[in-house]
Design a protein around this ligand. Structure first.
Ligand code: ATP
Ligand code: MG
Length: 159
């Protein structure tokens, strides 16, 4: 099953990210896909607000991963924000050891996540950001983990 939420503006996209935070659980890996400038970082900035990150969240393109402290009801303590745009080999993705990092009360949101899907296997959430003709965005959520979060995702998609 796929859940969809339409975002007419960048502010809507950030709001959709903020509303997505309660869907998350410790250990989650979220793979974000969508063309250059689709709105992946904008969505992550909203998720960060929803997770109670107080510092500014910017694109981690040149560092590959940035960590942000969180305070929230889900008990998630760290947001690992990754951007694999410049990744040159799967070895680099493996070196990030995201699967281990998220076990320490963390979650990972990975831009250009399709470049790592073979590393993380099926137990992920995927969010595809699709740009329509009017600059609106459709956020499409699926993945094996999504099936276990039906109630939360139904709520998210109907807002
Ligand atoms: N409906 C919309 N939703 C999200 N962003 C929008 C929307 N309309 C316009 N924008 C603009 O599109 C841009 C999205 O940039 P953002 O950095 O979030 O994309 P990205 O997918 O992370 O890009 P990159 O591939 O470079 O990492 C922003 O400048 C934002 O203001
Ligand atoms: Mg980005």
């Amino acid at each position: 099953m796929t859940w969809r939420r339409y975002c007419a503006t960048a502010a809507d996209c950030a709001a959709a990210g903020k509303a997505f935070a309660p869907v998350l659980r410790i250990g989650d890996i979220v793979l974000l896909t969508g063309r250059l400038g689709a709105g992946k970082t904008t969505f992550v900035q909203g998720v960060a607000r929803g997770l109670g990150v107080s510092e500014r969240v910017t694109s981690p393109t040149f560092t590959m991963v940035r960590e942000h402290d969180c305070t929230n009801a889900m008990g998630i303590e760290t947001l690992h924000h990754c951007d694999l745009y410049r990744v040159e080999s799967l070895g680099e993705v493996l070196d990030l050891a995201l699967g281990e990092l998220v076990e320490e009360y963390g979650v990972a949101l990975v831009e250009w996540g399709e470049l790592a899907s073979s590393v993380f296997g099926r137990d992920v959430l995927t969010i595809d950001v699709q740009v329509d003709k009017t600059e609106g965005r459709n956020l499409l959520v699926d993945g094996a983990l999504a099936e276990e979060r039906r109630d939360e995702l139904n709520r998210w998609a109907s807002a």
